[in-house]
Design a protein. Structure first.
Length: 473
């Protein structure tokens, strides 16, 4: 625990760990509030706060005149999703009309949004960012009266470069190009490296936006199976590179969407070396890396790049707010092509959001916000995992995310997640069906949950109803 973690959270998380590991089975009585306060050397109100926190997340329950008891199930009996043991071959990406339906439903305020990949607005530092906006407006009223041409605002590029030493890189301001969100960074990178008809290797499953980008550019996709803990099968990747003339590979080694794994540094190094050995470029989707759990900060694969062949794409959308639409790319040896394409594609990224984020990074509030956000998201992921284990039908398999806020669920055979999506939407519950995270039908009985939203009785009720729909099917 960091020194910033409140005592009640330290105690609550210690109890969660005991429940998860099976030390405290379901129905076990917890120590009395007075006894635990004495054992821990804290006030009774601190223990009450810890128990209330656990109760709100469905981990324990209060029984009248009896005390507090555990009610969350252990995860020992819940398996992780299966490894997609398939032979990859290049294919065209099919259109995915469900995505438009998901985006429309996400805009409905009456929907319990368990599908859209964004934390609750309350988790963003909105008040602080609004203060910065007001200050910029006062001090620099003509902030948006001219274009901020590629590579983007120097103040923001300087702050990103300054922070790069913390994650194993050493960028200059010229090594950073600002984009309108992370997906533009990825699309520009694909366009700079490959052409229509070229083969793009990806992890399977993968973020559906990558599939859409490949489809829009007329490229072919080669899906390499990814393990829920160890990521892409490098042996299969090497075979595929030799057989199918792969031009570029898109990877997400940190807080993978949707599997949630964080690769060990050695696995990242091997991936970079494998690609370099065969002359294949790597595009690294780094949108969630700073949300990795644990005290040690994760490095990007870019940290092991010695040839300039790894293009690092990132975004502030998952951390500061998706509405800012500010991303960035460290383009390596493709810098000139990406800057030119950025100019042709959108001329410039809006000035005000760049200035706001640059100020926030420079003033020191960013790291404090990250610590709080990571702690909160870890709690959310645990609460969602236990609720899914409790309410979903027997045989459901769940990932153990090492960062971010996405939970990947493999439902029992015969449960069609596309049908579950439609039935749930009729009840104002939004999920993301697994079918859009790959080609073909291999993920048709999977779904992705967004654990980034604030836990509430409405969320728990939605998960319970979702589990009932899956069980009925």
């Amino acid at each position: 625990m960091t020194r910033h973690t409140p005592r009640y959270l330290e105690i609550g998380r210690a109890i969660v760990q005991q429940i998860t590991s099976g030390v405290l089975p379901a129905g076990k009585k917890l120590p009395s509030v007075r006894l635990l306060s004495q054992e821990r050397g804290v006030s009774i109100s601190t223990i009450l706060q810890a128990y209330a926190w656990l109760e709100n997340r469905g981990m324990i329950e209060a029984r009248p005149r009896s005390g507090f008891y555990t009610k969350a199930v252990s995860l020992h009996h819940v398996a992780e999703p299966s490894f997609a043991n398939t032979t990859p071959k290049p294919t065209k990406v099919r259109a995915m009309p469900t995505i438009a339906e998901i985006l429309r439903a996400a805009m409905n305020p009456d929907t319990v949004s368990l599908g859209a990949s964004a934390p609750s607005p309350q988790l963003f530092p909105t008040a602080k960012l609004n203060k910065i906006i007001r200050r910029i407006i006062q001090e620099n009223p003509d902030h948006s009266s001219r274009y901020t041409f590629p590579p983007g605002a120097e103040t923001l590029r300087r702050e990103i470069a300054r922070r790069s030493i913390e994650f194993g890189c050493s960028f200059t301001i010229d090594d950073v190009t600002i984009t309108s969100g992370g997906i533009e960074a990825i699309v520009l990178s694909l366009r700079a490296i490959a052409r229509a008809g070229d083969v793009v290797a990806i992890e399977s499953p993968t973020y559906f936006g990558i599939l859409q980008a490949i489809e829009s550019l007329g490229m072919r996709v080669l899906e390499i199976p990814a393990h829920p803990r160890t990521g892409m099968d490098l042996g299969r990747l090497e075979q595929a590179i030799k057989k199918h003339k792969v031009k570029v590979c898109v990877i997400m080694p940190n807080c993978h969407a949707p599997l949630g794994y964080v690769l060990e540094d050695e696995a990242k190094r091997k991936t970079v070396e494998l690609a370099a050995r065969h002359g294949v470029a790597l595009i690294e989707n780094d949108a969630y890396r700073e949300l990795a759990f644990g005290s040690r900060r994760a490095k990007p694969a870019k940290a092991f790049d010695t040839t300039g062949s790894v293009v690092l794409c990132s975004s502030f959308s998952k951390i500061l707010g998706p509405g800012f639409r500010v991303g960035w790319v460290s383009p390596g040896k493709y810098r000139r092509q990406i800057e030119d394409l950025k100019f042709v594609n959108s001329l410039a990224t809006p000035s005000l959001p760049q200035l706001v984020i640059a100020h926030f990074l420079a003033e020191g509030g960013y790291d404090r916000h990250l610590r709080r956000l990571r702690d909160t998201l870890l709690d959310h992921v645990q609460a969602f995992t236990h609720a899914a284990a409790k309410y979903f039908p027997p045989g459901t398999k769940l990932t153990r995310p090492q960062g971010g806020y996405l939970l990947w669920c493999e439902l029992p055979d015969g449960v069609d997640s596309d049908k579950v999506f439609q039935l749930a939407l009729a009840k104002n519950i939004l999920i993301t069906p697994g079918s859009i995270f790959g080609t073909g039908k291999r993920f048709n009985h999977h779904l992705r949950l967004n654990a980034g939203i604030l836990w509430s009785s409405a969320v728990e009720r939605a998960l319970r109803e979702l589990g009932q729909l899956c069980s009925a099917m």
